[in-house]
Write a protein that binds this ligand. Structure first.
Ligand code: SF4
Length: 374
């Protein structure tokens, strides 16, 4: 099984971010205690007790103190068996990666770091409200690599405001020179409840147009592919098969348990969503109440979720699985839509599997929604 832990704290609010986090770090200790209580409550959520991946996401998990990380790791290993080959990832901001922090991560069993770079351009980092510099990020990645945590993933954002292909090419060049095993490259999306969302609303900031974003996606995929990175999911690139095993489990509809405010879980037939509020989460768990809302998935939900995530991957969506999830109706009802999407050059069918074409990757959500049922 797969375990996700959401650490909902950040030093500063990045101007584009709509994840659940708080900049009030004083609650960290109480929240870790509540997470341990939730681990105990949820230890039987899935029948399988054998963890093959653990993922500390956020927020900024690299803000956890040595003691807090130990508390969580001990609570996990007291309730689950952690495979010796488990992938254990921690998301980190570059400015938290001191030699002492790195050796602590290594000691606790973290064997994969996902480092939030976003760009190396200092002016843009300031505009995004990031806490680090480009040079600081380069040095942090090298320190992480020297520390022996060899499985490093870097996050990059393209289609940033103040559109500039040269900045993106320079960012990608630096990423390639760092020789990271994995890269996640995300197109900036402007969410309403963020500083950028409000700036666009008040016309203080202009959003990047779709054509420019598509050109940046093309630059990103072409340059990374030339450097030996395989695009195994629309936003994820790996060298030598260093796929994120944890995220691949989500895309392949494997069951997982999510712990922490805002985290969600999936058991094969329902999802549950934890409250995205640190105070309420702590209060619920302290009072012995579940912080989660449960949603039973219909067969339509299962098919549509599989299309949304599966089509984005190099494994695509199996027609047999779509038929199984839809109780036999998918192939029958979608024959002509599949034909149309193939004729448009967005979809291909190889050995009973639906896969996006390179141009279809630009319209992944649209293709998935054309194939939705219900
Ligand atoms: S550090 Fe990450 S989670 Fe925190 S505000 Fe920035 S982007 Fe969001």
């Amino acid at each position: 099984m797969h375990l996700y832990l959401h650490i909902p704290f950040c030093r500063k609010a990045c101007h584009y971010c709509d994840f659940h986090f708080s900049t009030n770090l004083s609650q960290k200790e109480l929240l870790v205690k509540a997470m341990v209580a939730e681990l105990e409550r949820q230890k039987d959520y899935l029948a399988d007790k054998h963890l093959s991946t653990i993922y500390f996401g956020g927020g900024t998990p690299s803000l956890l103190s040595e003691e807090e990380l130990d508390t969580l790791m001990n609570a996990i290993s007291a309730r689950f068996s952690v495979s010796g080959s488990a992938e254990i990832t921690l998301e980190a901001n570059p400015d938290d990666l001191s030699p002492a922090a790195l050796s602590n991560f290594s000691r606790t069993g973290i064997n994969r770091l996902s480092i939030g770079i976003q760009t190396f351009d200092d002016e843009m980092l300031g505009y995004l409200n990031r806490t680090h510099t480009g040079e600081g990020a380069m040095e942090a990645v090298k320190r992480a690599q020297d520390s022996g945590i060899g499985n490093i993933s870097l996050d990059l954002i393209y289609a940033l405001p103040a559109p500039d292909h040269e900045r993106l090419k320079s960012d990608i060049g630096k990423i390639i020179s760092l020789d990271a095993a994995h890269l996640s490259a995300y197109c900036l999306t402007i969410e309403p409840d963020t500083a950028f969302g409000r700036w666009v609303q008040s016309r203080k900031m202009l959003p990047v147009d779709e054509e420019f974003a598509a050109a940046q996606f093309e630059i990103t995929t072409t340059e990374l592919s030339a450097a030996g990175y395989e695009q195994y999911e629309i936003s994820n690139f790996a060298r030598d098969g260093h796929y994120s095993r944890h995220n691949t489990a989500y895309w392949q509809r494997k069951p997982y348990l999510g712990i922490g405010p805002g985290a969600h879980s999936y058991n094969g037939s329902s999802r549950q969503f934890n409250v995205s509020n640190n105070n309420k989460y702590i209060k619920d768990l302290t009072s012995g109440i579940s912080p989660a809302t449960v949603e039973i998935l219909t067969s339509d939900d299962q098919v549509n979720e599989y299309l949304l995530t599966g089509l984005r991957t190099k494994w695509g969506c199996s027609l047999d699985m779509l038929d199984q999830l839809s109780e036999g109706v998918f192939r029958e009802t979608h024959r002509s839509t599949v034909k149309e999407l193939v004729a448009r050059g967005w979809l291909q069918m190889i050995e009973n599997t639906l896969l996006l074409t390179p141009s279809g990757k630009l319209f992944a959500d649209r293709v998935a929604s054309d194939l939705f049922i219900g």
